[in-house]
Design a protein around this ligand. Structure first.
Ligand code: PLP
Length: 405
């Protein structure tokens, strides 16, 4: 199979990830629930993962990482734990339902008002709109780092600057970008970053978490056993225990830790450069096919102009943070004429053994902005492990389908 559905979940996991999970399954007790050797082994596994993730995301200490089962849980924790009843929150039309539904719930249950920064027909937002939408009740800005439909990356440094100018907390959904784009929360200035382990981070499903800036205090979503302060009626206030009620997924976390080690050794920049090569190939191939319409901003492939100013990141060069060539995700979403995206995706799977993702992608407002609510879109999403041959085959398959319609 040619797997081009990596934005849903990455299929190819490095061997070290598989080995680390198998090893953890054999040797892990319950971290923090005893002093015998396998408890200590689990605690060490989890501490090492926290340490690696803190350094990977530029957090100031390992305890600023809290593990969750995915970014949906992380986003629910951050959004409901930082919102105040009756407050105002700003988000964008590019969001996934993992941001939208927790926000709609606050609107329905806690009298929270929402404002949306509009996306244009290429999925781009106007950063000045955030400033215009701020009121004296605004407490939070919540945005994605990258759209899972268009693959456009947003300038989260710019949004963080606006948020901090107005004393607002900024929550970022890095579900798509983490592992594919270098992220440094200190340089970007984000207050809470939510990640999922199973996409570009190349870890297993069931892992994810929050990366929290010093001084940000989140009301826990869950309370329960922690292995410490058992006679207290309330959740321990210290991070990370504050946000980690219940037994952690030690086996998954072991895999995620190995994945971070793999990404560090390979280099996220190298991974992204490779993904961009393949994305450019795919974009150029699809663009040349009669009847194919591509969604999103691909100007980086049309003119190689840098769009990042290194002076905005003290002590860092664009190569460290966001190289001009690292300015989108390896996603190309498209339609063929007015054909339903699910039918095209089915033909790709059944006749060509190519995996893609059709439909709405849990991004209803983004589809509205693109005008694709009825048709949906076919999404190809690339990983570091795809090859040029696979991209050529995908382009040929789309050409053959388009010629037959
Ligand atoms: C932008 C974005 N946010 C959030 C999520 C939710 O991720 P998970 O299902 O791992 O919680 C996804 C997954 O597709 C996503 O693409």
């Amino acid at each position: 199979m040619i797997y081009l559905d990596n934005a849903a979940t990455s299929l190819h996991k490095p061997e070290c990830v598989i080995n680390a999970i198998t090893d953890a399954l054999k040797h892990s007790g319950n971290s923090g629930r005893g002093t015998h050797s396998v408890c200590i082994s689990a605690a060490n596994t989890i501490f090492e993962a926290r340490y690696r993730l803190a350094s990977f995301f530029g957090a100031s200490r390992p305890n600023n990482i809290a593990f969750t089962s995915n970014s949906t849980e992380a986003l629910n924790t951050a959004i409901s734990g930082l919102a105040e009843d009756g407050c105002h929150i700003i988000t964008t039309e590019a969001e996934h339902n993992s941001v939208l539904r927790p926000l709609y719930r606050l609107e329905a249950e806690r009298n929270v008002q929402l404002s949306f920064v509009r996306a244009n027909s290429r999925g781009l937002i106007n950063y000045e709109d955030f400033e215009h939408l701020i009121t004296d009740k605004t407490r939070l800005i919540v945005t994605t780092h990258a759209s899972n439909l268009t693959g456009n990356l947003f300038d989260i440094k710019k949004i963080a600057d606006i948020a901090h100018k107005h004393n607002l907390i900024y929550i970022v959904d890095a579900s798509q970008s983490a592992g594919s784009v270098p992220i440094d929360i200190k340089a970007f200035g984000t207050d809470v970053l939510c990640f999922t382990g199973h996409k570009s981070l190349l870890g297993p499903q069931g892992t994810g978490g929050l990366v929290i800036r010093d001084g940000v205090s989140i009301r826990p979503l869950k309370t329960g056993g922690t292995g410490v302060q058992s006679y207290s009626k309330t959740q321990p206030p210290e991070m990370p225990t504050r946000l980690e009620a219940g037994t952690l997924n030690t086996h998954g976390i072991a895999g995620l830790s190995a994945a971070i080690d793999y990404l560090n050794k390979t280099g996220v920049k190298k991974i992204h450069d490779r993904e961009m090569q393949l994305t450019k190939l795919l974009y150029s191939g699809l663009k040349s096919i009669n009847g194919v319409k591509i969604y999103g901003d691909f100007s980086m492939f049309e003119n190689e102009k840098p769009n990042v100013d290194a002076s905005e990141f003290p002590g860092k060069t664009p190569a460290d943070i966001l190289n001009p060539r690292l300015s989108r995700m390896p996603i190309v979403s498209f339609n063929i004429k007015d054909s339903d995206s699910s039918s095209i995706s089915d033909i790709l799977a059944e006749s060509f053994d190519i995996a893609s993702r059709p439909g709405a992608h849990c991004a209803p407002l983004m589809h509205k902005a693109l005008g694709t609510v009825e048709q949906g879109a076919v999404r190809f999403s690339i990983s570091y492990f795809n090859t040029e041959e696979e991209i050529y085959s995908a382009v040929d398959a789309v050409k053959e389908i388009a010629n037959g319609i």
